[in-house]
Design a protein around this ligand. Sequence first.
Ligand code: HEC
Length: 256
Amino acid sequence: MTTMHTQYRLRRMLAAALAGSLLAAGNVAASGGGALADHAGVDVSNVASLQRGARNFVNYCMGCHSAQYVRYNRLGQDLGISEKQLVDNLMFAAQKPTETMTIAMRPADAARWFGTAPPDLSLIARNRGADYLFNFLRGFYLDPARPSGVNNVMLPNTAMPHVLAELQGVREAVFAEEGSEGATHTVFHEFRTVAPGRLGAEEYDQFVRDIVNFLVYIGEPIQLERQRLGLAVLAFLLVFGILSYLLKKEIWKDVR
Ligand code: HEC
């Protein structure tokens, strides 16, 4: 038991170290990427946020991105959405609640239109992490040199247009030179608003947080159930522990 435990911890430490060095390598390669480091602060037990996230995902992202491992009826079950609500509010691209969240756009066409096909987002949160997604969706800025007119501080030269510009507004990024002579590099300094959007900064952050929360949830739909199950198991163990203790006292009470 103990060795297994130690092994497990060792493995976890190794994995963390590896992830750390990969991340460092990624940052160097991206040079200028990773400029925002805010925490997403998502909470998958917040069902209201997941419901909003689902609605926003369907309305703003599914034009280009699928979530092909997610079934509508699973969403309904986990997020307390009735079949009628599913059909009325979420299933614009599907006929039956048993279908998965696929889209009509074909990857080959998408690659032609955008240069890069929009990836399926079922597992993106597990791949990139919630904080990255949060900052990516807040990291767009004007860049006339790009075909879409925008660039992103988290994913330089991204092919994704700023589909939430109407909500966030249009921003410029200010970069600064850093380092000593001969070895300077540009680093992201700040955003400046060119035209405000429909949402204030905090409202926009909440809007994005809901979508990221939803992406974290679909990355592992079982996590909601697991949390509920975990609590039930703990409660059971507690009751069982008390009973065992009482039983032990009863059995041993005459033995001195
Ligand atoms: C108009 C089409 C379009 C829409 C709508 C769209 N995206 Fe994208 N998205 C793209 C394309 C194209 C890429 C590939 C970008 C690249 O690799 O440079 C992409 C990439 C991404 C990535 C991957 C970034 C990475 O690090 O690889 C994420 C995450 C993402 N989109 C999230 C979203 C979310 C969330 C929404 C809804 C708010 C959304 N997208 C709406 C076109 C779109």
